[in-house]
Design a protein around this ligand. Structure first.
Ligand code: A3P
Ligand code: MG
Ligand code: MG
Ligand code: MG
Length: 406
């Protein structure tokens, strides 16, 4: 049995390999309570060992406060859009992935807030979206709508002191995200909506923001507007009593914290201490096109994992893992797919600072210093320190078995 958080189906199957979709009650709940399901993540990294040592003692409190504010405000825009998601809000980028006015609006908001709050060094931002399609004649209405959304979101937040922005300001703010990142200096890394497909389906998504300093991730923020505040480990996690909207944040050396998006005091979170694979449960993408469900099923069988996979969109998986909802996150994209740093930077530090380990399938740590892409072996494997050796062994055996059976 697999568990999916979503609102599209009322199917519950007890068979391994099948998916537990949420029921009608859950759907009503999600519709009424998770009006703004976003996950926002932000991370910052550093690159060379010497520079990394130099920055290890640095504090990023000011940047973290700005990141939390930027992600939370962007999440409000996303929530507003998801509530009223219209077919006309869904555009098609050249790679055919869905992109909504909320992706653009979220990116503009994060860029504008970081610029406003952090004036000491010029903003370098590595972000997913760019303004290319928006500058086309046929996008005039869309650009107008995004600008309105950005201004309305700022106007309804008493703590933001940003004057109304023009359409050109919005295009420029989006295009600050064109930085190439790399091993030197500080670069923000933003996925304005991670899990756009989940967002469009009315399910899980995140706003993910991180900071790199000399190639290392030094802080990360994940805003997950539709993630329940209580554990999603159990298949009944989405009871109508659950409150949703989580903000995870982590700073290098400072641990990981979670608070509600509406501002409850933060609590420190830790990954699961589970050492028993039979009792482990694992997360994976909702979309089989993003990660092989067959391979993860083979690995789970080999390890003796009994629980069904929990399938949800976005870096909400890293957030849920950081608070011990499950013990393992497996991601195996199709051959040739190149992972982007904004899909993992914030989630990486949220899990690492909660005591977890994020490796590629070959057992190497992820390297965020190579520019906009991650150069990694086969896939991404996340768990606690105790389980990682056995997990990597099963992953490598399963990959070989699958390859030899082809
Ligand atoms: N074929 C593919 N394989 C792996 N990842 C893919 C993919 N196509 C898109 N993605 C990435 O998977 C992300 C979503 O991950 P998940 O499956 O965990 O929800 C997408 O982020 P966006 O939604 O920000 O575009 C996108 O970057
Ligand atoms: Mg995308
Ligand atoms: Mg993404
Ligand atoms: Mg995205």
């Amino acid at each position: 049995m697999n568990t999916s958080i979503g609102n599209s189906s009322a199917v519950l199957s007890m068979r391994r390999g099948a998916v537990l979709h949420i029921n009608a009650r859950t759907r009503t709940y999600l519709n009424s309570k998770s009006k703004f399901p976003f996950l926002l993540s932000l991370s910052f990294s550093t690159a060379t060992p010497r520079a990394a040592r130099a920055t290890a003692s640095m504090s990023y409190h000011k940047q973290l406060a700005a990141a939390k504010k930027a992600a939370s405000v962007a999440a409000r825009l996303c929530q507003k859009v998801q509530t009223a998601l219209l077919q006309s809000d869904v555009q098609s980028k050249s790679d055919k992935s869905p992109v909504t006015v909320a992706d653009y609006g979220s990116q503009a908001i994060v860029s504008l807030i970081l610029e406003k709050e952090l004036t000491s060094i010029p903003l370098s931002l590595v972000a997913e979206e760019d303004s290319g399609d928006l500058r086309k004649e046929e996008s005039r209405e869309t650009l107008h709508r995004i600008t309105e959304l950005v201004n309305d979101t700022f106007a309804s937040d008493g703590t933001i002191n940003i004057s109304p922005v023009s359409e050109e300001d919005v295009l420029k703010a989006i295009d600050t995200g064109k930085s190439e990142g790399g091993p030197h200096g500080q670069h923000w890394v933003l996925d304005p909506i991670d899990g756009t497909k989940g967002f469009v389906r009315g399910q899980q998504y995140a706003i993910a923001l991180a900071l790199l300093d000399e190639g290392k991730v030094v802080l990360g923020v994940l805003a997950c507007p539709n993630l329940p505040l209580s554990s999603i480990a159990k298949s009944d996690f989405s009871s109508s009593e659950d409150k949703v909207g989580c903000l995870f944040f982590a700073e290098v050396g400072g641990g990981t914290y979670m608070q509600s998006l509406d501002g409850s005091p933060p609590t420190k979170v830790h990954v699961s201490t589970n050492e028993n694979l039979e009792e482990a449960s694992f997360f994976e993408s909702y979309e089989a096109a993003h990660s092989s469900h067959d391979l993860s099923s083979l690995i789970a069988t080999k390890l003796g994992v009994k629980a069904p996979p929990v399938r949800i969109d976005s870096q909400a998986k890293y957030g849920a893992l950081s608070r011990g909802d499950g013990s393992i996150y497996l991601r195996f994209p199709r051959r040739g797919y190149v992972e982007k740093i904004w899909d993992h930077a914030a989630g990486y530090i949220v899990v690492a600072e909660a005591g977890g380990v994020v490796n590629d399938a070959g057992g190497k740590p992820l390297d965020f210093s190579k520019g906009r892409y991650l150069d990694l072996d086969t896939g991404i494997v996340v768990t606690n320190q105790k389980l990682m050796p056995a997990l990597l062994k099963a992953v490598q055996e399963s990959i070989s078995e699958k390859a030899s059976s082809l």
